[in-house]
Write a protein that binds this ligand. Structure first.
Ligand SMILES: [Zn+2]
Length: 361
């Protein structure tokens, strides 16, 4: 739209045609209005100016033109990104900011400007629902917002946030897609010590299949990220891509540890996180799994930790990695060699997953 001119009653032309269309879109002008700047258009312009807090003079100048342009955007019309040098403005951003605020996120003032605070709030939201946290509001983020708008109502912001995180997952594991990632495989046997006849890759695959069986029995669609034998090594990014393609709701990765001394032992669970941001559902799942393993086995509690490992980072859904025992510790190694112990680990992990769905935060 031209921005340097003033338009008023009596004018006509292409620019007027655009004003008419914009005001019709906002429901301020009849659908069959002509392209002339008549009294009806003058009224509509004044109505619009009043709504927007502009000087009510019926004259369409730079401010009114910019406001008309901002007003015609509806959430979903365009990709909303954080453009530092030229901040996006519009009513679609007002809608986005309102929805984020309602759900307990903090986009800042509801001003229709996609600034840094809104960008950070979108990232926060994406992380909470297991989307890639790029801070851009596109189709996947919009559909997550739509889904949650229907389920999240009332309550304190923090509670809403947790609800937002979990409502995507539903009330039970049934019907959910869960990728179970057995670490290493093929030429990559992972860690191996003389203390256990099985390699880390063997142990991980054995536990992964036990988890898969139990999840399937619960009605979930469980997929292993790799077969028992591989010709080539499978890197973390490829595994993450597999989970993303499968549309997984969760990813559980199984590994074991080994260090240079025989004393270190225990289990630890990892989720995606940095000092400033983390996956809320990932952390919650990690804690549930960790708690169940520690309660059901003799393994020392190595607690949960945030990491930016590739599998955790590249997956677009909550993902955890469980490091079950130290193959360099004689006691842990003996435990891992025992099928009954591996069965107990699988049980603990599946109960942790079950609790994530059934016990809202
Ligand atoms: Zn490993």
């Amino acid at each position: 739209m031209p921005v340097s001119q003033l338009y008023k009653r009596g004018d006509s032309g292409l620019a007027i045609q655009e004003f008419v269309q914009r005001l019709q879109g906002l429901g301020l002008l009849d659908k069959d209005h002509s392209d002339s700047f008549d009294q009806a258009l003058d009224d509509a312009v004044r109505h619009f100016q009043q709504q927007r807090g502009l000087l009510v003079d019926g004259i369409v100048g730079p401010h009114t033109i910019r406001a008309l342009d901002e007003a015609h955007w509806v959430l979903g019309d365009r990709l909303l990104t954080y453009q530092v040098s030229h901040l996006l403005r519009g009513d679609d951003i007002v809608t986005l900011q309102k929805r984020l605020t309602e759900m307990g996120f903090a986009p800042g003032r509801i001003d229709g400007i996609f600034g840094r605070q809104t960008f950070l709030a979108v990232q926060d939201f994406q992380r909470n629902v297991g989307l890639g946290a790029d801070g851009t509001c596109g189709p996947a983020t919009l559909s997550a917002l739509d889904r949650l708008a229907k389920t999240v109502q009332g309550g304190a912001p923090t509670a809403l946030r947790e609800q937002a995180a979990l409502s995507r997952l539903g009330a039970t594991p049934a019907g959910r897609i869960i990728v179970v990632d057995a670490g290493h495989g093929g030429p990559d046997i992972g860690l191996s010590t003389g203390l256990c006849e099985l390699s880390e890759a063997d142990i991980a695959f054995d536990i992964a299949t036990r988890i898969e069986g139990r999840l399937t029995a619960l009605g979930a669609s469980a997929f292993l990220s790799r077969p028992s034998d591989l010709d080539t090594e499978l890197d973390e990014q490829t595994r993450a891509e597999f989970a993303n393609q499968a549309g997984a709701d969760l990813v559980i990765s199984i590994h074991a540890e080994s260090v240079d001394n025989a004393i270190a032992n225990g289990v630890a669970t990892y989720f995606y996180g940095t000092p400033t941001t983390h996956s809320t559902v990932g952390e919650q799942l990690a804690q549930l799994i960790q708690d169940e393993i520690v309660a059901r086995t003799e393994l020392l509690d190595g607690r949960v930790h945030d990491k930016t490992w590739d599998l955790l980072r590249w997956t677009t859904m909550p993902a955890v990695r469980v490091e079950i025992g130290y193959l360099s510790n004689p006691t842990d190694a003996a435990r891992l060699a025992d099928p009954g112990f591996r069965d107990a680990i699988a049980d603990a992990i599946v109960i942790g997953v079950h609790r994530l769905f059934t016990e809202p935060a």
